[in-house]
Design a protein around this ligand. Sequence first.
Ligand code: KG4
Ligand code: ZN
Length: 339
Amino acid sequence: MITLGIETSCDETSVAVLENESRIIVNLIATQIEAHQIFGGVVPEIASRKHLEMLNPLLETARLDAGLEWREIDLIAVTAAPGLVGSLLVGVAAAKALSFAHRIPCQPVNHLEGHIASNFLAQPDLEFPMLCLVVSGGHSELVLMRGFNQFERLGRTRDDAIGEAYDKVARALNLPMPGGPNLEKLAAQGDPYGFDFTVTHLADGFDFSYSGLKTAASQAKMKHPEKTADIAASFQRAAVSQLRGQVQKAIEKYKPATLGLCGGVAANSAVRAQMEAAANESGISFVVPPKVLCTDNAAMIAAAGYFRFRDLPTEQQKFDLSVLNFETKSLLPIGEIVS
Ligand code: KG4
Ligand code: ZN
């Protein structure tokens, strides 16, 4: 089965071709970072215009690189939510048009399910129950999967997502975009205990909170403008310790067989090392995708779409114009991952 994946939820335009659940044939990613850099953050209107420019050439290149005719594509999977509305619209409109023109079923995909699916691209035979830590620019979520397409959210951020906190602190430290990776680089030169930043202690449940830490780091920069490396290192130490604490608590309570890490911030070496240590300490398996599959890409969207489509009843799988209205039950409401 061949799935064409389309991702345009934020500032990466991406098109992928996936064979079955995990063989990536093509995964093209066009980043828009240069267009947003001078503004210090993603400008939604610019993002949608860039998607509009890039999507058609990427679709054609991906199909030609894969050596496929349209009739050989069995499914189109597209990010439908959450994300920047104008950006999502570009991908969804293209997916609907292709679906209609070539009579290919179209599966809407929740972006967070896409990030989670990247773990299965890295290792297709993962054992359930699986605890997934999704850490991106828009979300910090702890999700328990008891099987394919079964998602139970255990915790989420109460304010900023961890990637957002990285980006905002990076901006306070006058680092260029992309904030997260640049802050990580600077942190490597600093003392993680130079500042005794702490994270809000959330004793009950599995939520996260980063806005207090973000503010503390930004204020430290005003008081000690020369100590940027120590601020970066201390911020990272505190931010990652909250992830580790909540994940460890969830492992103890739910006793999963596997811990999966995904989302853009999963490209961070400190986050990867701490999560691997948490899994090892509890004697459970650990999976994290290669860095290119942690940040936004269409291969993970294709995989998530494939899993959803595979579980649909056969009559729903048949091409039906109703899919153009996205009336499939599988589309989760914006921001919701629930069982
Ligand atoms: O998943 P993603 O590509 O887009 C969203 O769905 O949001 O995640 C992007 C986020 C940004 O906040 C970026 O700064 C962060 O992931 N990020 C990192 C690193 N690489 C990307 N944060 C910390 N360290 C990194 N190495
Ligand atoms: Zn993402």
